[in-house]
Each structure stands twice: as structure tokens, then as C-alpha cells.
Design a protein around this ligand. Sequence first.
Ligand code: ATP
Ligand code: MG
Length: 382
Amino acid sequence: MAKTTRIAVTPGDGIGPEVVAEAVRCLETLRARHSLDMEWARFPWPSHAWHEEHGESMPQDALDQLQKYDAILLGALGDPGPVDDPDRYLLSDSVSLAPLLDMRKGFDQWVCERPARLLPGARQYLADERAKDIDMLVIRENSEGEYVSQGGRLRKGTPDEVATQIEVFTRKATDRIIRYGFEQARNRATNRVNEGRTRTFKTLDGRTCESQVCLVTKRNALRYWGDMYTEAFEAISKEYPDVATHHELVDAACMKFVQSPWAFDVVVASNLQGDILTDLAAVLSGGMGVAPSCNLNPTNPDMPSMFEPTHGSAPDIAGQGLADPTAMLFTTARMLEWLGRKDPKIAAAGKELFDAVAADLAENAGTRRGTHEIGAAIRKRL
Ligand code: ATP
Ligand code: MG
């Protein structure tokens, strides 16, 4: 018999616990309706409160505890704490992102996938009819690059201070993320055909392909990694003659994301540049309230992947029941799809949740609703 699928639920800070509550209610409904062999446990480690009490953002053995699970469902980490605390931003500097990066690194979640598709009913920020065709997947390298935390501050606090921040790019991590991008491009083309949709992309030599990978770098200024990425991209693209290729500098990519985002299919970018591009892509696809995200380890089945929305803890709206749980629920659907690789019933539940969230979005375009109201309406559809 297959083993029970186990999920670690880490609500985190700010609006995290509010949107996670809706996700857990949906999981309960799905589990009951389809008798899913799935269970979860809650790890309430809000970075601010935990830090105040224990002087660290998470228990020392946090990763050991989490590793026993098949996936981590995370709300958000990064709340700088009470508004009247003069040190809130200092504190947030030292604690907020650390546990997130620890998890990504500790479990080698080397892919960050952020789809940006303007679904019916989502807020359309671009006043162009073609915006409804926005449907891209940004793949962010999640294991190294600008986020290796190497460097330091010399002569700290003096007028002669120097800060260095080192970026590290390895050929292994470069090859695997680029290859992952090509694989996803192929999968997306197949899925489109199955759904009766097609898209076409032109190659430089005039051929027509059904999918595309766009590599983003800043190779004109950041030569070393830019050149290595470009060479790896060119070599790997030869294994995928059916996928069109394209290369953009990150500044031009930002411009084209706004000017003609419907022209992109799969986008592969470095850790920092991918982070920036995906906030932009989130807005193109309806805003932070609807943008899902996940941090995957596709190579080691013993390491849990982590599913968190693109948005953060949104301290400005926390505690008011205003946060849109749609992003969290799309993220939960993606988690079920991922876990469903081992259990088809869980995969089917993921599809059902995605369809329910999309239908709710389509039907309630432009209406103002609270966190709980949206969650309840989606649950009713399940
Ligand atoms: P963090 O430091 O944790 O990333 P942040 O201040 O950057 O927090 P985000 O969570 O990244 O805030 O969100 C940016 C803005 O988008 C917030 O100001 C918030 O108002 C809005 N926002 C984010 N998530 C949601 C949501 N689920 N529903 C509605 N609005 C949201
Ligand atoms: Mg943020």
C-alpha cells in the first residue's frame, strides 16, 4: 500500500496564517470528499514572535522536523513585527528571510516556478486586449547566484566603508535549471494541445515551434555568468530542436514584460533577476493576491518541496481579513498536483481545487470580498 502523504503546514507571519487557514479548510474538504490518504501537521513559527522568545527565527532542528514531510505549505515569512517597535526593520533584516533561504538551501529546492497567466476574472492591469493571452512560466534559479550570502563589510560604519556581495554561478546549477526550462516548455506545449489550444513561436532561422524558452541575463555588463549561461543555453537548446529560443537582457525583459507579455512562454532567470521579474509578472497576471509560487526539488524525493504564494506577509493588510487567499489556494492546488505524482487521487484533487479557484475568480470579477468569504465560496464548489 502507498504510504500516507504528509504535509507540514507553516503559516508564518502577517497574512500567512489567514490565507493558510483557508487552504487547510479546502484540504479538509477535499480529503473528506475523496477519502484522500493525506495528513498534515502545523508548525507555528512566525519569525518575529519566535525570534523574540527564542532569539532565533526557527527551532534549531527545524529542517530535521520538516524533512519528515512530503511537502511544506508555507504562508509567508517576513513580518517586521509590531508597528510601534523602532527596531522592526532592523529585526526584519536579521530574521525575516533567513528561514526561507535555509529551507530552500537545506532541501535543495533549486527550482522556483512562478506561472503568470491572466485568468478570466483576474484584474487586468494592462489596457490592451491581448493581455488576456498572457500565459508564461517564470523559472527562477533558486540555489545560488546572487543569494549565496557571501561577502562582507570592510571598515564598517566609517566613511571609507566598503560592502561586497559576491555572486556565485556553477555550471551544474546552470545546466540543470536551463534543462528544466526546456522540459517545462515541452510539457506546456503538450498540455496546450490536450486543452485544444496552440501557440506558435518563431525561431531565428524561421521555423515555427509550439513552445519557447527565453533566457534572461545581463551578459553585456555581468560577463562571466552571462557568458556561461549563454553557452549552456546554446548547448542544451540543441537537445530541444522543437523548442524556440530567445535571449533577453534583464532590462529589456522588464520593458517587454510590460509592452508585450503575451509573447513569452517559459522564462529562465537567475535568483535575483527572477525574483524581480516575478513580482512584475504577478501584477501582469492579476496582482499579488492571485500569484502562486513553489520551490521544488525535482531530483531528490527525500527532500520536501515548499509551496508558498509569490506575495509576502503584507503587513499593511495583516489581521484585517482582507487578504485574498486566491494565490495561496492556487499554490495549494499546485502542491497537490506535485504530490499527486505518487497518488493519482491527490492529483485529481489538485485539479479540482485549481478549477474551483479559477471558476470563483471568473464569477466574481471586481467584487470586494474578504479572505474568509472567498475561501468559503471556493469550498462550496468542491
Ligand atoms: P514581505 O516583506 O513579507 O514580502 P511586503 O511588505 O513586501 O512583505 P508583500 O506581501 O510582498 O508585502 O505584498 C506587497 C503588497 O501587495 C502589499 O502591500 C499588499 O497590500 C499586497 N498584497 C500582497 N498579498 C496580498 C493578498 N493576498 N491579497 C491582497 N493584497 C495583497
Ligand atoms: Mg514582498
